[in-house]
Design a protein around this ligand. Structure first.
Ligand SMILES: [Zn+2]
Length: 180
């Protein structure tokens, strides 16, 4: 771990060093630092700074959640699994990015009790040195930000895939593709 630069706080999940957020809003089961979450929130929810349109931008929330898995809980297990299944479906199985709702709905359909034993916690990859959302917003132009966003999405997925693609592929086949 590098020496902490003056005044900056490190996001525990993606490792980004950022000035502390003025407001301490955090997500309930995503593990990001408040400053990292604020950047993601502005980018995705408020469109600030703007991105150039691209179909894969729809995966930004999935990549962010997958890079910020937090700590194991039933809710985090399901959340991370659904985001990974969405990334897998689009990036590896050619599902259209605008059809990811189908993956999400398939992945969590059925009774709540059964859902809670469907997925398990996967040990997250090491995201040290991987791109962060701050790298996206650091670009000056919308087209460059979108290019960086797609690089970010693919980098996050590739790190997960190196460790867990067989498991994610098996979940996808069983819970998204196969009809019960
Ligand atoms: Zn982060």
């Amino acid at each position: 771990m590098m020496t902490k630069p003056d005044g900056l706080e490190q996001c525990p999940d993606c490792g980004a060093w950022l000035p502390p957020a003025s407001e301490g809003a955090i997500h309930r089961y995503i593990g990001a630092s408040p400053a990292c979450w604020a950047i993601f929130s502005a980018l995705v929810n408020a469109g600030e700074p703007p991105l150039a349109p691209h179909p894969l931008i729809a995966l930004l929330p999935d990549a962010y959640a997958a890079q910020h898995p937090g700590v194991p809980s039933a809710q985090a297990v399901q959340s991370v699994a659904v985001h990974l299944l969405t990334l897998y479906g689009v990036l590896e199985c050619n599902v259209a990015p605008e059809q990811t709702l189908w993956i999400r709905q398939r992945a969590v359909r059925g009774a709540a009790i059964e859902r809670h034993v469907r997925f398990v916690w996967l040990t997250p990859p090491d995201f040290a040195g991987s791109p962060t959302v701050a790298d996206i917003t650091a670009k000056e132009l919308p087209a460059a930000r979108t290019e960086q966003a797609i690089h970010y999405i693919e980098a996050v997925w590739n790190l997960w895939a190196q460790r867990h693609q067989p498991t994610i592929a098996a979940w996808y086949q069983r819970y998204v593709i196969d009809t019960p």
